[in-house]
Write a protein that binds this ligand. Structure first.
Ligand code: AP5
Length: 188
């Protein structure tokens, strides 16, 4: 199962990726988590992106291509993966297609977790992560609308998109996602 979780900041991508990873037996790959780890470790990547992360803007596509290409070359993604937070621009979606095509692979599912805007900000404010200051949250929402929301159409046109109502209890969202998936091998 090779899956992309698409949704605004606070829509529950990370929450669902963790649940689905356990249920489907494939790793969840959160680019946000990977980047936050790089920043907290002070690696070369972390030093390069710390300023951008702090404002809520997007890290550039070239840097993200390197990060994701390297992560998808690791052994644990052989059975599949759940991508949380990538792609976030059309350019990133094209890069992901290329990386998969090089291996004769394709995505099995792109899930759009749809949540009303006022609920999104409420959830992020309640979470208290380091980058969850209100102005940064609002900037992440703006960036999402401008740069990432067009991917909903991008995948819908390719008939790869499934919309799931994310404004429901966490377990309900998870069962709706699992129920929407094409048949695949491995535990559910
Ligand atoms: P990232 O970490 O991906 O942040 P995000 O997209 O802003 O998403 P969040 O983590 O805020 O929300 P989420 O949808 O995962 O929701 P969650 O499950 O946490 O990215 C951070 C930064 O990294 C970006 O701003 C950018 O700078 C950089 N970056 C990352 N990827 C990049 C890329 N590809 N390109 C360029 N830059 C990139 O849930 C939120 C809260 O709601 C939690 O408290 C949770 O418990 C709660 N919750 C979840 N589901 C429900 C529910 N159904 N009901 C009630 N509460 C719920």
């Amino acid at each position: 199962m090779r899956m992309v979780l698409l949704g605004a900041p606070g829509s529950g991508k990370g929450t669902q990726a963790a649940i689905l990873s356990g249920r489907l037996g494939v790793p969840s790959i959160s680019t946000g988590e990977m980047l936050r780890k790089a920043v907290s470790e002070g690696s070369a990547l972390g030093r390069k992106i710390a300023g951008i992360m702090a404002t809520g803007d997007l890290v550039d596509d070239e840097t993200m291509a390197e990060v994701v290409r390297e992560r998808l070359s690791l052994e644990d993604v052989r059975k599949g993966f759940i991508l949380d937070g990538y792609p976030r621009t059309e350019n990133q979606a094209e890069t992901l297609n290329e990386i998969l095509a090089e291996r004769n692979l394709a995505l099995d599912a792109v899930i759009h977790i749809d949540v009303p805007e006022d609920e999104l900000v409420k959830r992020s404010l309640a979470r208290h992560r380091d980058d969850d200051r209100e102005e940064v949250i609002r900037q992440r929402q703006r960036v999402y609308l401008e740069r990432t929301a067009p991917l909903v159409d991008y995948y819908a046109k390719r008939r790869q998109l499934t919309r799931v109502d994310g404004h429901q209890p966490i377990e309900r969202v998870a069962s709706d996602i699992v129920g929407s998936l094409p048949a695949c091998e491995g535990p559910r």
